[in-house]
Design a protein around this ligand. Structure first.
Ligand code: CP
Length: 314
């Protein structure tokens, strides 16, 4: 592949290849000298049109650990503010010959549109409600490390599914790897075309969590609710917030995940989120760096191979 725009186009063996390499980078990241040269001489530009802590920081760290020249575009201070379009902005940066473009955008499909116009590899860092592929990959790596496998697991994805690109990328990935995926949440926060994914749907947390190996919580994405149904936080926490009592319906060794940012006391109890015996939230963040290193390394190999084929200096 030239780009990483979503989980949808990936074959299960390609997912495994990314995770295997990420596992090796996870070891490197725990060592004293966190340095490799897979991106030596390459230029990486991060363009975030939407707020981010984890994704932006980890893409920057990932690029630097692999030797790339990394630039974070301050989109709030860019000429987007003067009316320049996304495509014109991308074409302007493209003329400076970047090799890797990491893009987050509030509109679904915006990153795919941009990828068609530029000469470099594009990585989707989250587009609207569409996809967040590196999040699903880091979640998959965390699950594989914790459970020793990434197949035949029962995984409950809970909360605001309708507005979540994290849920969408995860259910595509986990389905491809032959897991049993359940979606748990209020019917008003379920996507309308859910049948195509072959998942089970629950509106009761205890029934949805029964016997689960993995419980993945999601944030209420108020910024994407544009005047539609907005539940009261108290009522939502009572019915759908994860606490020790609701978790007791899952397997005894079930792990608790959350992509972040989390709202304590809304979708998850703060004490449970901090419980290192159950919660793997910090490991997810750690795996985020490793997965992004692996994804950029593999795309850079493809980029170099394509340039060599064209007779361009790799
Ligand atoms: N999980 C995630 O995408 O977090 P950020 O919005 O902080 O990048």
């Amino acid at each position: 592949h030239r780009h990483l725009l979503g989980i949808e186009p990936l074959h299960p063996t390609e997912i495994t290849t990314i995770l295997d390499l990420a596992d090796r980078y996870a070891d490197l990241n725990r060592s004293a000298l966190k340095r490799a040269n897979a991106l030596e001489g390459l230029t990486q530009i991060n363009m975030f049109f939407e707020a981010s802590t984890r994704t932006q920081a980890s893409f920057e760290i990932a690029g630097k650990r692999l030797g790339a020249d990394v630039m974070n575009m301050a989109m709030q201070a860019s000429s987007i503010k003067k009316g320049e379009t996304l495509i014109d902005t991308a074409m302007t940066l493209n003329a400076m010959h970047p090799d890797l473009l990491v893009v987050r955008h509030p509109s679904s499909g915006a990153v795919n549109l941009l990828a068609d116009k530029v000469n470099c590899a594009v990585l989707n860092a989250g587009d609207g409600r569409h996809e967040h592929p590196t999040q699903a990959l880091l979640d998959a790596l965390t699950i594989r490390r914790e459970k020793g496998r990434l197949h035949r697991l029962t995984i409950a994805i809970c909360g605001d599914i309708a507005h979540s690109r994290v849920a969408r990328s995860n259910l595509i990935l986990l389905g491809k790897m032959e897991n049993r995926v359940r979606l748990v949440g209020p019917p008003t926060l379920m996507p309308s075309q859910i049948d195509q994914f072959g998942v089970e749907v629950f509106d009761d947390m205890r029934a949805g969590l029964e016997g689960a190996d993995v419980v993945m919580m999601l944030r209420l994405q108020r910024e994407r609710m544009d005047g539609g149904f907005i539940p009261s936080e108290r009522e939502y926490y009572h019915r759908f917030g994860l606490d020790a009592e609701k978790l007791s319906y899952a397997k005894d060794d079930a792990i608790v995940m959350h992509p972040g940012p989390m709202n304590r006391g809304v979708e998850i109890d703060g004490t449970l989120a901090d419980d290192i015996n159950r919660s793997v939230i910090q490991e997810q963040v750690e795996m985020g760096v490793a997965v992004r290193m692996a994804a950029m390394d593999l795309l850079a190999r493809n980029l170099r191979a394509a340039r060599t084929d064209k007779g361009v200096m790799a």
